[in-house]
Design a protein around this ligand. Structure first.
Ligand SMILES: Cc1cc2nc3c(=O)[nH]c(=O)nc-3n(C[C@H](O)[C@H](O)[C@H](O)COP(=O)(O)O)c2cc1C
Length: 333
């Protein structure tokens, strides 16, 4: 059975990839992912704030000597609070590359297109097979328009594509007015892949202390459907590879992601819960399902369920589906 998959121009043995996270935080864990059956590894991110702090002592242009910024700067992690400083991150890329045979993808995480991006070249030189760029931004400034935010992201991709000789994937949030248009703009900017979607970690309120409680919650597959819809909507409409991230809890979710059109399926929460060997479980689940349907290659699976998104009028079909879904409440037990 042929599960071989192309992602960002890289050939992978199958579609299940370790997503950006501490899953590959050291060499031992990276090797465990490979032994556990991951087809590729995305390393955890190096953050814009880490790099500007090191290079200029500033975070988002805030001068630490200016009293107006004291409390805001105190809210950010200090330079030594991050897992790896920029130099050690580069070293990590180099060492993981030497230790495993599967592709290794570096990750940069930020909001601006400023000088911190120079490090992308060093990540490429350190041996990364590709770079994932996570533009994680909470657009809370009323003066910042959607168009301006989209232009910023596009400009970063244009800049990276003009300087880097490795593929670039862009990890995005779903919170755009017209996500299909954003995807097309990035496709035209020659992004090699789109990673769909970032999860937003929204702080809860602790009623005992009446403060916010920042805590990473692992995902459940309740988050999958939004991703399936958008992967299906973009399949065949952009040249970029499509990676689904968010809400893949087991083999059935992984198969759905491929049916919707994902080239690869990134996983973090499920692997944190079940261990690195879960990649073998995912692969086996896919093989078993394909056998029962007498499918011999992943290409016979990928993108074959379009969730009503293949039509030229996908928006209208989606609206029709929405109306039908609301009418189905009577079937609820
Ligand atoms: C503990 C933890 C650390 C993460 N670190 C990063 C990171 O450094 N960079 C990044 O782009 N995403 C990071 N993520 C997000 C994951 O890559 C992924 O997009 C998200 O967890 C959704 O996938 P899942 O449902 O398989 O967990 C992290 C997630 C978790 C749970």
């Amino acid at each position: 059975m042929n599960l071989s998959t192309t992602y960002l121009g890289l050939t992978l043995a199958h579609p299940f990839v370790a997503g950006a996270s501490p899953l590959a935080r050291d060499l031992d864990h990276a090797k465990r992912l490979e032994d556990g059956g991951a087809a590729a590894i995305v390393l955890h991110s190096l953050f814009e704030e880490q790099i500007t702090l090191r290079d200029t002592g500033r975070v988002h242009q805030m001068d630490p000597d200016d009293a107006r910024f004291t409390s805001m700067l105190a809210a950010y992690p200090g330079e030594h609070d991050y897992a790896l400083d920029p130099d050690r991150y580069l070293d990590h890329v180099r060492r993981v590359k030497e230790a495993v045979t599967i592709p290794v993808i570096g990750s940069l995480n930020g909001v601006t297109g400023q000088s911190w991006l120079k490090i992308s070249t060093e990540i490429a030189q350190a041996g990364a097979d590709a770079l994932e760029l996570n533009m994680y931004e909470i657009a809370a400034d009323p003066a910042d328009s959607g168009a301006a935010i989209e232009r910023r992201i596009r400009d970063v991709v244009v800049e990276l594509k003009s300087t880097l000789n490795i593929p670039v994937a862009v990890k995005l949030s779903p919170y755009f007015t017209a996500f299909a248009h954003v995807a097309r703009q990035l496709d035209e900017a020659r992004a090699d892949g789109l990673v769909i979607f970032n999860r937003f970690y929204q702080p809860d309120i602790d009623l005992a202390t009446v403060t916010t409680s920042p805590r990473v919650e692992l995902s459940t597959n309740a988050e999958l459907l939004l991703r399936l819809r958008w992967i299906a909507a973009l399949r065949g409409r952009v040249k970029a590879s499509l990676a689904l991230t968010g809400g893949v809890a087991g083999p059935e979710d992984g198969i759905k992601a491929i049916l919707a059109g994902a080239d690869v399926v990134q996983m973090v929460s499920a692997v944190l819960r079940n261990g690195p060997g879960f990649f073998k479980v995912m692969r086996k689940g896919l093989v078993t399902w394909m056998k029962t349907r007498q499918l011999a290659s992943i290409e016979q699976v990928r993108g074959t369920v379009r969730l009503g998104a293949a039509s030229d009028d996908a928006g209208s079909l989606a609206r029709a589906g929405y109306l039908r879904t609301l009418q189905s409440w009577r079937d609820i037990d």
